[in-house]
Design a protein around this ligand. Structure first.
Ligand SMILES: [Ca+2]
Ligand SMILES: [Ca+2]
Ligand SMILES: [Ca+2]
Length: 210
């Protein structure tokens, strides 16, 4: 019986430790600077955007509550572990979700994905996802869906999901026109092989409905 009691006692001790007696340390704190920033509405680890070997962070600043003309929505990339600003993406609309997309073009710099689920430039609320080159910050890919799909309600990098050697991207839609209204849908997108991009199709995904 003793051999059964000891493991239970050890388990309780660990549970107490994790429940709040010794909370994790805050090692970095970033704050918004303007009224209505809603800094931190979305956050993600983005791998190594600036190629220094240290993981970086992205923070969405959507101005969801104050869509005034005073400030524009943005997404900001910070270097770990100092929190120094690497890049600020000034966005044309409400940037809803952010994610690390991995090194799609295999140049040593990880890419950044930002979504605009209520973008209507390709149909009412079709949504839009843009993937920015981590090094140059140019748009490497952008894609959208059918009207009312609301593509990009959520985003996540999933690594090489299909085993083709390139990183893939998980994208949620709030709705789907061929589905039950509001049922939602999740898709995993696989980018073309990086050798295709090197042959001159950087940005060639722009405007395609995938
Ligand atoms: Ca870095
Ligand atoms: Ca890259
Ligand atoms: Ca893949």
């Amino acid at each position: 019986m003793k051999t059964l009691i000891w493991p239970v006692a050890i388990c309780v001790l660990l549970s107490g430790t994790l429940s709040g007696q010794f909370p994790p340390d805050v090692i970095l704190e970033l704050v918004g600077g303007n009224t209505g920033d809603e800094f931190g509405y979305s956050v993600a680890a983005v791998g190594d955007v600036n190629g220094d070997g240290i993981p970086d962070l992205i923070v969405g600043v959507p101005y969801f509550m104050y869509p005034s003309a005073t400030f524009n929505p943005s997404a900001r990339v910070y270097s770990g572990p100092t929190g120094s600003t690497i890049r600020i993406y000034e966005l044309p609309g409400f940037g809803f979700a952010v994610a690390g997309a991995g090194d799609v073009n295999e140049d040593g710099y990880d890419e950044v994905a930002i979504s605009f689920p209520y973008d209507s430039s390709h149909g009412v609320n079709a949504g839009l996802v843009q993937v920015f080159d981590g090094h140059s910050s140019e748009i490497l890919f952008e894609f959208y869906r059918e009207p009312r799909d609301v593509l990009g309600y959520s985003l996540a990098g999933v690594g090489d999901f299909d085993g083709d050697g390139g990183p893939d991207l998980l994208v949620g839609s709030r709705s789907a026109p061929t589905d039950i209204h509001g049922a939602g849908i999740v898709r995993v997108y696989s980018f073309p092989p990086s050798r295709t991009l090197r042959r001159g199709q950087r940005g060639g995904g722009r405007g395609r409905a995938l």
